[in-house]
Design a protein around this ligand. Structure first.
Ligand code: IPM
Ligand code: MG
Length: 358
């Protein structure tokens, strides 16, 4: 197979981890006889610096014409001025909207041997294997009106949380599809005790549940779900939520595994095109030092192979190689590597060696 992959390294550690992951993808391609054509484009702070906007038109064109997109991270202190008219994050949000990527899939899996890196006690962690399905192009992130203005002499900010039933139905149905391939349990997150939007959310989720009785559906309020994630995380399987609740809960869920550095994500729409990125941010404090953990991006590339290119075997090759290097005790600094910690390139090379050797 020949596939076009658009790379969006972005800011901070983005360029380092994306470059390392590109090499892993090339290794996989070499092993299985595929050919991947890469092209690199601007997004985020670096795009603001070079073009004045966080999402240049040619980046969107390059994403639309690709089979899949691999993204590093956006943002950093350089562009953090709250009064600035453009921000790197607008690039990411704009891309999700432009490519209609309404679903963000974030699997949280505990890797063997990393239990000690988790903030939770080992007995609470046993059996944790869950996936967040977060709505990504609606809710309070995009609802209108939003803005800042002076009201009665007071600086006032406002955003609107809004979901229509179609937006809710398609994300809940997607969660059901994912659950069917797992343990057939979905937890729908809302705040139906307070928010009107979330009453509609619960109504529609309930309808989807009635229409699909093969999957068990439960509803949980977002605050108590946040608590259950740390007290009994293994009781979850598929968690579906709106945009903002999913943003918050998925970071909480991710850190259960010990490091944000390990976790991949996929942003998907109706078709095969997807944007794949590690869930951690641009980590400006360690950018350019060659010590960032590339595994979250490498595992995102595995999701890319599976979802956008239907190369399940190659995806599995990457995932097995990652487990193997972890089994061999190899660690980056964030995974507690200490004085023997591997750098970004070394870790990627270890994964490549494991793929070659398999
Ligand atoms: C995420 C990030 C983004 C979000 C930011 C960078 C805009 O936190 O992908 O979870 O809030 O969606
Ligand atoms: Mg987030």
């Amino acid at each position: 197979m020949k596939a076009k992959i658009t790379l969006l390294p972005g800011d901070g550690i983005g360029p380092e981890i994306v470059d390392a992951t590109r090499q892993v993808l090339e290794t996989v391609a070499g092993k299985s006889g595929h050919s991947f054509a890469f092209s690199t484009h601007l997004i985020g702070g670096i795009a603001i610096d070079e073009t004045g906007v966080p999402l240049p038109d040619d980046t969107i064109v390059a994403c639309r014409s690709a089979d899949a997109v691999l993204l590093g991270a956006v943002g950093g202190p350089k562009w953090d001025d709250p009064t600035a008219s453009v921000r790197p994050e607008q690039g990411l949000l704009g891309m999700r909207k432009a490519l209609k990527l309404f679903a963000n899939v974030r699997p949280v899996k505990l890797y063997r041997g990393l239990e000690a890196a988790s903030p939770l006690k080992a007995e609470r962690l046993r059996g944790v294997d869950l996936v967040f399905i977060r709505e990504l192009t609606g809710g309070i992130y995009f609802g209108q009106p939003k803005g800042k203005e002076t009201r009665n002499g007071l600086r006032t900010g406002f955003d609107t949380m809004v979901y229509d039933e179609n937006e809710i139905r398609r994300i809940v149905e997607l969660a059901f599809d994912v659950a069917r391939k797992r343990s057939k349990r979905v937890t729908s997150i809302d705040k139906a005790n307070v928010l009107q939007t979330m009453q509609v959310w619960r109504e529609v989720a309930t309808e989807v549940g009635k229409a699909n009785p093969d999957v068990q559906l439960e509803h949980q309020l977002v605050d108590s779900a946040a608590m259950r994630l740390v007290t009994n995380p293994s009781s979850f399987d598929v968690i579906v939520s709106g945009n903002m609740f999913g943003d918050i809960l998925s970071d909480e869920g991710a850190v259960l595994t010990g490091s944000l550095g390990l976790l991949p994500s996929a942003s998907l729409g109706e078709g095969k095109l997807g944007v794949y990125e590690p869930i951690h941010g641009s980590a400006p404090d360690i950018a350019g030092r060659g010590i960032a953990n590339p595994l979250g991006t490498i595992l995102s590339a595995a999701m890319l192979l599976r979802h956008s290119l239907s190369l399940d075997e190659d995806a599995k090759r990457i995932e097995d190689a990652v487990q193997k290097v972890l089994d061999n005790g190899l660690r980056t600094a964030d995974l507690g590597g200490g004085t023997s910690a591997l750098g970004t390139t070394q870790m990627a090379q270890a994964v490549m060696a494991a793929i070659e050797g398999a």
